[in-house]
Design a protein around this ligand. Sequence first.
Ligand SMILES: Nc1ncnc2c1ncn2[C@@H]1O[C@H](COP(=O)(O)OP(=O)(O)OP(=O)(O)O)[C@@H](O)[C@H]1O
Length: 253
Amino acid sequence: MLTLHGAALTTPPTLAPLDGSVRPGELLAIVGPNGAGKSTLLSLLSGFRACQAGAIRLDGRDLAQWPVYALASRRAMVAQQEPPGFDWRVEELIALGSDPDPALVTQLLDQMDLLDLSDRSILTLSGGERQRVLIARGVCQLLSRRSHAATDGGLLLLDEPTSALDIGQQQRLMRQLRHWAHQHAMAIVCVLHDLNLASLYADRVWLIDNGARAAHGTPAQVLTPERLTSVYGAELQILSNATGTAPLFALVP
Ligand SMILES: Nc1ncnc2c1ncn2[C@@H]1O[C@H](COP(=O)(O)OP(=O)(O)OP(=O)(O)O)[C@@H](O)[C@H]1O
């Protein structure tokens, strides 16, 4: 479990103090306009950036106190635009640094619709294919390093994981994220620009605006047309949703 206790950044890029938690088995979406502070917040949650006030704790221990190797078994981060780096084959890159059971790699290749690409060089992949490989690598890191003592699947942090995906792959990924969250009691935090994906798949949403959390709760509580119009300055119409619970939006032409 990840907990925030007045966690803040006081020098630019600033973030107002945040309290809250990310629980095993849930999918938390972080949404907000460009420049709101979403990626900055994700870098705090990952421990790559230290908060300047308050604290962030993973399993009750301050993030800054975790030894690097131990932290890598409990938290994986997939950044927005990771450069491809060296000429790895897809299945090599997924396993890199994790020494996983080969069956896990095959399962992840299947789950991310990458089986046909397993032997290809990462340098030859399209943007969306590469994005799916990097997500598989993050999940592989958590599942293969998981200790027998762990009661949950750790923390997976994803910065705009659907940005390069077509709508079919977006749906597959979001369903797969929910599946991993439930099957492995994994806590998953996803920065999303697509409010409809947040609405359809997230258990909870944090709306970030201007370096502060403007609202948090279920998608239906947070994603109201009035609030979104005010925060994004976009003219929206609300569409009905098949489940009748989460709102869906379209731009007014
Ligand atoms: N080192 C820095 N010094 C000063 N300001 C910064 C620094 N890094 C980022 N910023 C600013 O902090 C704000 C938040 O940036 P961040 O990347 O977290 O936004 P974001 O919500 O992820 O945006 P986007 O949706 O465009 O990816 C932006 O206005 C950015 O210009």
